[in-house]
Design a protein around this ligand. Structure first.
Ligand SMILES: C[S@@+](CC[C@H](N)C(=O)[O-])C[C@H]1O[C@@H](n2cnc3c(N)ncnc32)[C@H](O)[C@@H]1O
Length: 279
């Protein structure tokens, strides 16, 4: 069979297996084994796969049919125009987090903060993207999970920004001695029930500790807001990616903690997803 026929067969197979973006996933996997760009696939439509490529494609197709996330199979995800390596040690960075970076960049257009921390950095997507966008920013990135931090350092090295980021292995602020102009985090914020109803790709393959938080999904966010006060410079800001039903509570909690001002911003689907609070 040549590439065009394989694409049809694989798309139909993924459809039958209930894969959401069957055609796109089939294209991306075939492009991956051919080591070409998805957009260049049509140049290869009439070519057959080598036996080695066909074997590799069969293995990847089986994994995808078992609901392994495509990004873990490909080993990377495109985040804000850069390839980040991902595997089961880290959450796959989401488009919502790209939107957070976009909003931060707009907010900082005239005066970017000097010292910033990305708490719970996972793959390093936030810290690495900020380091690329803001060359003079002093950036710290931390995670409680050493294996996630290893991957973040690897990504920072690949993107040549490792020397610009200080990586710290820490349970939130426990080992963070510094003060910052801006604290950023996309912490775990799902409730157990929300996690139980996520797609199999999320529930069975992404690290649960990156997704679920106690106290109705609020335990980690509350800790960050509460302890963040002691790590912010005067007029500093904490910016959190959150669940959509948490904002009414977060405004009153931030006030109780002593923040002077707060606001909620929306993601691309107009959902309340980002919480900003100022000292
Ligand atoms: C939702 S993921 C975000 C990953 C990455 N920042 C992103 O946006 O793609 C949450 C991250 O917080 C980390 N984390 C969970 N509990 C933590 C804790 N107590 N202290 C520090 N990091 C923690 C997890 O290991 C995970 O990498």
């Amino acid at each position: 069979m040549h590439v065009g026929e394989i694409l049809n067969v694989l798309t139909q197979f993924f459809h039958r297996q209930g894969i959401e973006n069957a055609h796109v996933d089939a294209e991306l996997l075939i492009a991956y084994v051919l080591q070409c760009k998805r957009l260049d696939l049509f140049l290869n439509y009439d070519k057959p796969l080598t036996p080695k490529q066909a074997d590799a494609l069969r293995t990847y197709a089986k994994l995808r049919a078992q609901k392994h996330p495509l990004q873990y199979i490909l080993g990377s995800v495109n985040f804000y125009g850069q390839h980040m390596k991902v595997d089961t040690r880290v959450l796959i960075p989401r488009p919502e987090t790209e939107e957070l970076i976009h909003q931060l960049s707009e907010h900082w257009v005239n005066m970017p903060p000097k010292r910033v921390i990305d708490l719970g950095t996972g793959s390093g997507a936030i810290a690495i993207t900020l380091a690329a966008l803001f060359p003079y920013m002093n950036i710290t990135a931390s995670d409680a999970h050493a294996d996630a931090l290893c991957l973040a350092i690897k990504n920072a090295t690949i993107h040549r920004v490792a020397h610009k980021i200080q990586f710290i292995h820490s349970d939130w602020f426990e080992k963070i001695p510094h003060h910052f102009d801006c604290i950023i985090s996309n912490p775990p914020y799902l409730t157990e029930q929300e996690w139980a109803s996520t797609q199999p790709e999320v529930k069975y393959f992404e690290p649960k500790h990156a997704l679920v938080s106690k106290d109705n999904g609020l335990a980690d966010i509350k800790k960050l807001l509460h302890q963040g006060i002691q790590h912010l410079n005067p007029h500093g800001c904490i910016v959190l990616e959150t669940g959509m039903d948490q904002h009414e509570y977060l405004h009153s909690f931030a006030k109780k903690c002593g923040y002077r001002d707060a606001k909620t911003t929306l993601d691309l689907h107009k959902r309340e997803r980002f919480f900003w609070a100022w000292l």
